[in-house]
Design a protein around this ligand. Structure first.
Ligand SMILES: Cc1cc2nc3c(=O)[nH]c(=O)nc-3n(C[C@H](O)[C@H](O)[C@H](O)COP(=O)(O)OP(=O)(O)OC[C@H]3O[C@@H](n4cnc5c(N)ncnc54)[C@H](O)[C@@H]3O)c2cc1C
Length: 396
């Protein structure tokens, strides 16, 4: 009986173990944590955005962008859904293509995968950190490195996979945190800590507009978080790594034009003589943000009525629609959902995920230089790569 060792009991490792064991391979999973699938358990705020119905290589970042194409076609949404149904994991497909378990609980995804693997006879070695991959390769017919990335170290994130790859002469694309909060170089931001708005964030690299994303913006002690920030963080993180100048423009009221907003402010000031400028802004954005905008513009919160002329209204409107912040850093790997960079995919067979440098050695999931957008794309690649590695290991 053929023996396979899988290092890492996360998304890609579990899928690979299942498809190996289904074909009667003797599978050992080695997991450093006391339990498997820690990232699955916390994913999607405990709901697990398990995949997406629209998977294309455009949804991924890599130095080798077309690398993911074969895997996404070979184990795309339809095949994945069929597999999920076969183990009783029913799915809830949202209008925008995001897919969640019907239970709406990440727990059900983790436990069904782990228990199904156990039913198939997979042997789990938890609390077992692999350090000597060459020994493992000597003892097994195939070894799969499914160790993930450095993101979220409290859940098991580390660079072990990259170190294993280096031991076989693989090239490594520099790693960086992605889907991560940003540090803003601004004293005023701290004063807005805890305030949340729904708006738009534009990423500027060397003062050039790169990308605009809509969604929540949450101000924090160190900078900003929220979906709009996470969605631009990939570009910001790469640019910071390359020492480019990175800034963001925050539009807190995308439904307004500058003209509409300034006339709203000045009209309200004229019609409501007892309203201060702070009262007027508090009707538009959270109070902490309103206070911070006025402080940033050096405008007294008590300014009212005739003092609020069109020039002042325009100045405030412009700040509400285009508030610039310098980005000094990301919040780091510890807080990132994923990491970009990793094992250079030009040295990996895109159809089998076998190393082109070492026979019977496979790499799948986030350890590779492949990182997806938010929306289920990272799991989609983990499932697809784990499946294809298993398909190759089990071929007769
Ligand atoms: C907070 C959070 C939320 C997320 N939400 C989503 C989401 O909703 N949708 C989505 O698509 N993606 C999401 N992701 C990303 C997703 O979790 C990862 O892309 C995915 O888990 C990667 O799978 P993987 O198998 O490559 O690695 P992992 O799932 O990270 O598994 C790797 C495993 O290897 C183990 N390991 C590492 N080194 C060793 C060693 N030397 N010996 C033994 N074991 C080792 C680790 O402990 C870990 O269990 C989220 C991530 C985080 C952190």
């Amino acid at each position: 009986m053929k023996k396979a060792a899988i290092i890492g009991g996360g998304a890609s490792g579990l899928l690979c173990a299942i498809f190996c064991a289904k074909e009667n391979i003797d599978v050992d999973i080695f997991e450093q944590n006391s339990k498997c699938a820690k990232k699955i358990l916390v994913s999607g705020n405990g709901r697990c955005n398990i995949t997406n119905t629209n998977l294309t290589y455009h949804d991924y970042f890599s130095q080798n962008p077309l690398f993911v194409e074969f895997a996404l076609k070979e184990f795309g949404f339809v095949k994945f859904e069929k597999f999920c149904h076969s183990i009783g994991l029913l799915l809830d497909i949202k209008d925008d293509g995001r897919v969640y378990p019907l239970s709406n609980e990440a727990k059900s995804v983790a436990s069904l995968l782990i228990n199904y693997a156990k039913n198939l006879g997979v042997t789990f070695h938890t609390d077992t950190k692999i350090t000597d991959i060459k020994k493992l390769l000597y003892e097994h017919d195939a070894v799969v490195v499914a160790t993930g990335s450095e993101a979220a170290s409290h859940l098991g994130g580390n660079s072990d996979g990259v170190e294993f790859a280096k031991a076989f002469g693989h090239n490594i694309i520099p790693t960086y945190p992605s889907l991560v909060q940003l540090h803003l170089d601004s004293k005023i931001v701290k004063k807005m800590s805890g305030a949340k708005a729904s708006g738009e964030v534009t990423l500027l690299i060397n003062s050039k507009k790169e990308l605009t994303c809509k969604g929540d913006i949450l101000f924090t002690d160190y900078g900003a978080s929220g979906f709009a920030i996470l969605d631009i963080s990939q570009g910001a993180s790469v640019a910071l790594m390359e020492h480019s100048h990175v800034s963001i423009s925050v539009n807190l009221l995308p439904a307004f034009t500058a003209q509409k907003l300034s006339s709203h402010i000045s009209t309200l000031a004229q019609n409501m003589p007892h309203f201060s400028i702070l009262d007027i802004l508090a009707g538009l954005v959270p109070l902490k943000i309103a206070q911070a905008i006025l402080e940033d513009l050096d405008i007294l919160a008590s300014t009212c009525n005739n003092e609020i002329n069109m020039k002042l209204a325009k100045k405030i409107a412009n700040q509400l629609l285009n508030w610039r912040f310098e980005v000094s850093d990301t919040h780091g790997f510890r807080h990132a959902e994923v990491a970009g960079g990793g094992v250079d995919t030009t040295e990996i067979n895109p159809k089998t995920f076998e190393s082109l440098k070492q026979k019977n050695l496979y790499f799948c999931g986030e350890v590779l230089d492949v990182v997806g957008k938010r929306g289920g794309y990272n799991f989609a690649f983990a499932w697809a790569s784990g499946y294809l590695a298993a398909k190759d290991i089990t071929k007769v």
